[in-house]
Ligand binder design. Structure first.
Ligand SMILES: [Zn+2]
Length: 476
């Protein structure tokens, strides 16, 4: 049977406010356990939470960036559950009156087309602490308890693991452009729960959804969803859908590449939400709207501008604008007088290709935009062929030499001089008399062979365009 996959995502974004959601404790990462705590985030009796204004400004910005409805009035509720890292015994969240509703974003396919994905809501809440399991002892660190989170919930509009990843990449880019979170996935400041179900193609009814919790890398999200879709489809094909697929929470094990049950329906939590009696409804005043009024150029706008002003393909523009570090590098590169097409190819294919192999992020590249621009200029002014320039780039990374320095060291300066090229041509023709005769008898495909031989004779240094022209003149 043909199945359709239905996926909705819940993303928790840790906002980069200076202090926690309801108290003045710092939110910085890496302090001694429990150093960043106070009576409010420790939930001592009598402590009263006071909402963080900065968190609201950041939530409003996100709401505007996804063209959502931003509510002037929102209400905090208590979500009750017991867990050792939650000292209050409840989390303060927004259930019935979230700050942001009904937005959307566009995901970018490789072929340049886009698809609109609905965003149901985004609400403010506080994070829990962390349990640290150390041999037979479990410890609780409450530094993270009370850190502001924006939970962004998508509509079940995603139809494959690939679409889920495209959605997350776009949302990640928007959050980074807005500078409302560092969105560091390894440190958990951008993490995702995926709701996955399948249905026979053509049906519109939604079947049982399984939630996969706490996914924190694009690769794992892709694999976890693919595994879960395969598990559900197999159960259906085997006639065991009812027995094997029920509403539950599963965890993804990246070592075994599988999902497994964390808690089932019978243990599923009843959160007994009710409005937090410690707080009144929050009404945004004009100063918050003013502070959230200015948005930076967002990924889609930047992408459109790159296509418009530099004639980039939609695909290339999408690749670059997905990552702010890449954007910064590319825009620096374009301050030099080089062709955009060359800038894109040398940045995304050549430099990124080499960095990825060594596991280096573009933010830590040893080659500055100015150095790369210098190399591209040497290709454009025919000092070096594009082919030899690849060796030059390797040498620049290895030795730290400038483009000119590396070209000199490797002796790869392109031979542009007609005389030198003509003598190489003569040498090749003399050595390949038979081939020349066959060429003159109509075997025109041998032309490429001669070009190759002349390039080889010149040690790869002859200007290929010039070799073509002169050879054509010589043998017709
Ligand atoms: Zn505190």
């Amino acid at each position: 049977m043909q199945f359709e996959t239905v996926i909705g995502l819940e993303v928790h974004v840790q906002l980069n406010t200076k202090t926690k959601m309801f108290c003045g404790c710092p939110t910085s990462f890496g302090a001694e356990p429990n150093a960043h705590t106070c009576p409010v985030c420790l939930a001592l009796p009598g402590a009263l939470p006071v909402p963080n204004r900065e968190a609201f400004v950041k939530a409003v910005k996100l709401g505007r960036a996804i063209e959502a409805t931003v509510h002037t009035r929102s209400v905090f509720d208590r979500k009750n559950y017991f867990y050792p890292d939650l000292p209050k015994g409840y989390q303060i969240s927004q259930l019935h009156h979230p700050i942001v509703e009904h937005g959307h974003l566009l995901i970018d396919y490789d072929d340049g087309t886009q698809k609109k994905i609905g965003i149901t809501r985004a609400h403010l809440e506080e994070d829990a602490g962390k349990n640290i399991h150390d041999g037979s002892v479990s410890k609780v660190d409450l530094n993270r308890a009370g850190t502001p989170l924006l939970e962004i919930v998508s509509e079940p509009d995603l139809r494959s693991a690939n679409e889920a990843v495209l959605y997350l990449k776009k949302l990640h880019a928007i959050v980074r452009y807005l500078k409302i979170s560092d969105a560091n996935m390894q440190e958990g400041s951008f993490r995702c729960d995926a709701n996955v179900s399948i249905r026979p193609r053509g049906e519109t009814k939604l079947y049982t959804r399984v939630e996969i919790k706490n996914l924190n890398s694009f690769k794992f999200i892709q694999k976890a969803i693919e595994y879960e879709v395969a598990r559900q489809s197999e159960a259906w094909e085997d006639g065991e859908y009812e027995q094997k697929v029920w509403q539950e929470t599963r965890l993804y094990d990246s070592v075994k590449n599988e999902t497994r049950s964390m808690r089932g329906k019978e243990e599923s939590a009843d959160y007994r939400y009710f409005p937090d009696p410690d707080q009144t409804a929050v009404v945004l005043d004009s100063s918050i709207w003013q502070d959230a009024a200015e948005l930076p150029e967002l990924p889609d706008q930047k992408r459109a501008r790159y296509i418009e002003s530099w004639a980039l393909s939609a695909y290339d523009a999408g690749v670059i604008t997905a990552d702010l570090d890449l954007v910064a590098y590319f825009e620096d590169l374009m301050k030099h007088k080089i062709a955009p097409k060359n800038a894109v190819a040398w940045l995304t294919t050549e430099l990124l290709g080499r960095l990825n192999k060594s596991g280096i992020a573009i933010g830590s590249t040893p080659i500055s935009p100015t150095q790369l621009a210098e190399l591209i200029t040497r290709i454009e002014d025919n000092t070096v062929s594009a082919k030899a320039a690849k060796e030059v780039l390797d040498e620049m990374i290895l030795s730290g030499l400038s483009a000119d320095g590396a070209i000199d060291k490797l002796g790869l300066k392109q031979v542009d001089d007609d005389g030198a090229i003509l003598s190489a041509i003569e040498e090749v023709l003399t050595a390949n008399n038979d081939s020349l005769a066959r060429y003159q008898n109509g075997e025109t495909k041998l032309f490429g062979f001669f070009v190759g031989q002349v390039m080889k004779t010149s040690g790869g240094k002859a200007n290929p365009a010039k070799v073509n022209t002169l050879l054509k003149q010589r043998i017709g």
